[in-house]
Design a protein around this ligand. Structure first.
Ligand code: SAH
Length: 216
């Protein structure tokens, strides 16, 4: 049965997907996840329509939800096939968490700000996805109980790559993490192959600070 939440703003979502395609986003799984996810549930109430413009949105408590084209590029790089166990650091609004739920097998997401996680949990549930587990805590130490992860996505920028996250990466796994200072970072792709860890820098990015034991 169609989820009524998903039929709302359908035209706006279609329009957003077309605009992302015209910006060069071509991964069909990513575009489909964006088309299926009611982004208006993740923004402060009353600004529903703005949720479908390609711009970042403040979600309160000094945190920002990235603009859809950034999420799309980031998820294209993650190249999920539907089979992965994913660890996300920085649930924020929960919007990307739901995109991941459509793109991977199982999603584990950690947020350190309680009220944000509370809101995110409700929005995630309203989307009807069932393959998401969330944790209130410091994501820089990872979530050992469910490790290892095929993919780790860090949605906040840190001074360095947290060692516990490297340790919780599966053999052949990959991690995307913005590394730099508190204003600007470079998006680093970390891969773990035969015990060896490799780093490739992808693009300059601007994320909110990664706080915690292995963060700021
Ligand atoms: N991808 C999110 C936006 C994330 S903003 C979205 O779609 O809405 C980055 C988030 O990382 C913020 O909510 C911030 O509170 C959180 N964060 C920062 N440091 C963290 C840490 N050590 N552990 C968990 N979450 C952290």
């Amino acid at each position: 049965m169609a989820n009524p939440i998903v039929t709302e703003y359908r035209a706006e979502r279609r329009h957003l997907v077309e605009s992302l395609q015209s910006q060069g986003i071509s991964d069909l799984a990513v575009l489909r996840a964006i088309e299926m996810t009611p982004r208006h549930l993740f923004v402060p109430s009353g600004i529903g329509r703005q949720a479908y413009e390609d711009r970042p949105i403040h979600i309160g408590l000094k945190q920002t939800m990235s603009q859809p084209s950034i999420h799309a590029r980031y998820l294209e790089i993650a190249a999920l096939t539907g089979k992965e166990r994913v660890l996300e650091i920085g649930t924020g609004s929960g919007y990307q968490t739901v995109l991941l739920a459509h793109l991977a097998e199982q999603v584990f997401s950690i947020e350190r700000v309680g009220p944000l996680l509370e809101r995110a949990r409700q929005a995630i549930q309203a989307c009807g996805v069932r393959n998401v587990s969330t944790l209130l805590g410091d994501g820089t130490i990872g979530w050992r109980a469910y490790a290892p992860y095929d993919v780790i996505l860090v949605s906040a920028g840190g001074p360095s790559i947290p060692q516990p996250l490297v340790e919780q990466l599966a053999e052949g796994g990959r991690m995307l993490i913005p590394v730099g200072d508190q204003e600007e970072q470079v998006l680093a792709l970390i891969t773990r192959r035969e015990g060896k860890v490799e780093r490739r820098d992808i693009a300059p990015v601007r994320f909110v600070p990664l706080k915690g034991t292995h963060g700021w």
